[in-house]
Design a protein around this ligand. Structure first.
Ligand code: PLP
Length: 237
């Protein structure tokens, strides 16, 4: 399919998504500007990222370092890159300095490595702490029982700034079933805001994907991570 057709199809998907976001904002008394779309581009090639950027989308999310780097090498300077997937400690050196945000901080050893690499570059990396709110066996993220200890143990790491929390809701048919998980993450934010540590500025909630972003917005999402609904042709998906 040629690029012009691809771009027209993207426009159409984008318009539908915008209408849904606006409606969810209205239902919950929020402003559209409070919600940022992170386009998740793991399903598509580098050219498709060019289409997204041309369509005015600035935030690009990738979940695997190996797949992301060739794309980053082309469009790294044109967008704001978010690392959203599970991050192995030995890959941190490829992420820090390239990706502006890390959404998947979920253990002290990972925080220490990010802090070390950031310090070497003289930067501070804004991170989201991933919480496994639903306590699913198969998912990454801090268990609720480990959350407070995590913040205490990382509180002296001055080259990470924890700006928000991230969660992945269970895969369910009815997005309403994800609501308690999103609400749970918002409640964690209120608790963590009370903590006295200097590297915390916890404002953001990274939650909501293609199947459940409207519910996530109603529960306070400030970053929604949209893959298939935004980047895939409906006839294909
Ligand atoms: C793939 C992925 C998404 C987007 O998933 P869709 O359901 O396609 O919107 C969001 N967040 C993470 C961490 C992902 O890996």
């Amino acid at each position: 399919m040629d690029r012009t057709v691809q771009r027209e199809k993207l426009r159409a998907r984008q318009e539908k998504i915008e209408a849904r976001i606006r409606a969810a904002c209205e239902r919950s008394g929020r402003r559209r500007e409070e919600v940022t779309i992170v386009a998740v581009t793991k399903y598509v090639d580098t050219d498709a990222i060019g289409d997204l950027l041309a369509a005015g989308i600035r935030h690009i999310g990738e979940n695997r370092v190996q797949d992301a780097l060739p794309k980053y090498n082309v469009f790294g300077q044109d967008g704001i890159w978010h690392f959203i997937g599970h991050l192995q400690t030995n890959k941190v050196k490829d992420v820090v300095g390239k990706f502006t945000y890390i959404h998947s901080l979920d253990r002290v050893s990972l925080a220490a490595e990010i802090d070390k690499r950031a310090k070497a570059l003289g930067i501070v990396v804004p991170c989201f702490v991933q919480i496994n709110v639903a306590e699913e066996e198969t998912k990454f993220g801090l268990r609720p029982k480990d959350v407070l200890a995590f913040f205490a143990e990382t509180s002296n790491m001055s080259h990470i700034r924890i700006i928000g929390l991230m969660t992945m809701a269970p895969q369910v048919d009815d997005p309403e079933e994800a609501r308690p998980v999103f609400r749970g993450l918002r409640e964690w934010r209120e608790r963590i805001r009370e903590l006295p540590y200097g590297n915390l500025a916890v404002e953001e909630l990274s939650m909501g994907m293609s199947g459940d972003f409207e519910v996530a917005i109603e529960e306070g999402a400030t970053f929604i991570r949209l893959g298939s609904v935004l980047v895939k042709d409906e006839e294909e998906s």
